[in-house]
Design a protein around this ligand. Structure first.
Ligand code: MG
Length: 384
């Protein structure tokens, strides 16, 4: 029986993780849950259904509906990190956004395996996070990185030539930059293949999600950026690939269903039987691959720029993006404005000249995050 803590339990990753756990009662035990607090009724239901011992809510006003359950309640902005730091076998971090950094560091410091769906914490923390982790302590849950980890099992590290990161292309694949000017929030939220939370879905429409995943792959597998290639694959069946130095490419394929990488993440290194349906070879299928259109979707290039610069640049990229996405969702910014503002904020934050050192502190990251958000808000005010 493996003890788990699930962070972001009422979100897309969290609810699917609990589905995997519920279908494997002898294998996993949920010790703690954490959620933001936007759905206290669902959180209470989860606490009771899984008999958890600890529950965390970031929004203190959401703690009251949890009263009377058997769980110890942790409330406030540090609550998720408290539960993440309990020292259980595996912590699944399914929180969305930069707020996942504290819990990521808490889980690593407590010695737990970190099943990481909160890519932002790794990206903005950079070396701060990688240096806190022992080899193998971070297990990717992001479908692409789970795929790469699976493909990497088929060769030695020094036999790897490059990683091939697949992108669905999102709902606007094939459109030119001009054709993206007037797209609506509803259109951006209609992802063709994946069912995800709203921020990740909009990040998939701009391809910033792929940009963040490029940095994530670089940090997780310690592969230089110029040896990671992004390819558009609209069917989202091949989740990523690894090319080895003999010319062989290994791909991981399965219908798009996050329960597969989630199950592998919490069960790592072992697979969980029937985690998700497999490919059906009895009907005809076509898998297509296209190069990335950098002009219509500049986000991947911006992410590469941030990663090459290092230091707090990835934190600036992520914070500016989170702020710009929120402005787009609430009708204060157009779709193209997202990448434009992220690019402008990033380029302003990167001084011309020598790149910054990679050693950053948590304070540096948080300060850069705050400054980037304020800058984006100022720019949006100026636009209106
Ligand atoms: Mg992904």
């Amino acid at each position: 029986m493996r003890d788990l803590v699930i962070l972001g339990s009422t979100g897309s990753i969290g609810t699917q993780a609990l589905d995997v756990v519920a279908r494997n009662p002898g294998r996993f035990r949920v010790v703690g849950l954490a959620a933001g607090g936007s759905d206290p009724a669902l959180l209470r239901q989860q606490v009771e259904a899984f008999g958890v011992e600890h529950v965390a809510v970031a929004d203190e006003s959401a703690a009251e509906p949890l009263a009377g359950t058997s769980a110890r309640i942790h409330a406030g902005p540090e609550a998720a990190a408290e539960v993440a730091g309990l020292g259980v076998h595996t912590v699944l971090n399914g929180i969305t956004g930069a707020v996942g950094l504290g819990p990521t560091l808490a889980a690593l410091t407590a010695g737990s395996v970190l099943a990481l769906a909160n890519k932002e914490s790794l990206i903005i923390g950079g070396e701060l996070v990688t240096s806190a982790a022992r080899p193998g302590q971070i297990v990717p849950v992001d479908s692409e990185h789970s795929a790469m980890a699976q493909c990497l099992r088929s060769g030695q590290p020094d036999e790897v030539r490059k990683l091939i990161l697949t992108a669905s292309g999102g709902p606007f694949r094939g459109r030119t930059r001009a054709e993206l000017a007037d797209v609506s929030v509803e259109e951006a939220l209609a992802h063709p293949t994946w069912d995800m939370g709203p921020v990740v879905t909009i990040n998939s429409a701009t391809l910033m999600n792929k940009g963040l995943e490029l940095i994530e792959a670089h940090l997780l597998f310690d592969i230089p950026l110029d040896r990671i290639e992004v390819v558009v694959h609209p069917q989202s069946i091949v989740h990523s690939m690894v090319e080895f130095f003999d010319g062989s490419t290994i791909a991981q394929a399965s219908p798009p269903d996050m329960r597969l990488p989630i199950a592998l993440g919490i069960g790592w290194p072992d697979r969980v039987e029937d985690a998700a349906p497999a490919c059906d070879w009895s009907t005809a299928a076509t898998w297509e691959f296209f190069p990335l259109d950098d002009e219509a979707f500049p986000a991947v290039g911006l992410a590469a720029l941030a990663a090459r610069h290092g230091g707090v640049a990835p934190a600036v990229l992520n914070a500016a993006n989170e702020e710009a996405v929120e402005a787009f969702r609430t009708g204060r910014l157009g779709f193209l404005g997202i990448s434009d503002l992220v690019g402008r904020t990033l380029k302003e934050a990167i001084p011309s000249g020598a790149p910054a050192g990679n050693r950053v502190t948590l304070e540096d990251v948080m300060e850069a995050d705050t400054r980037a958000r304020a800058r984006v808000r100022d720019l949006i005010e100026g636009i209106r």
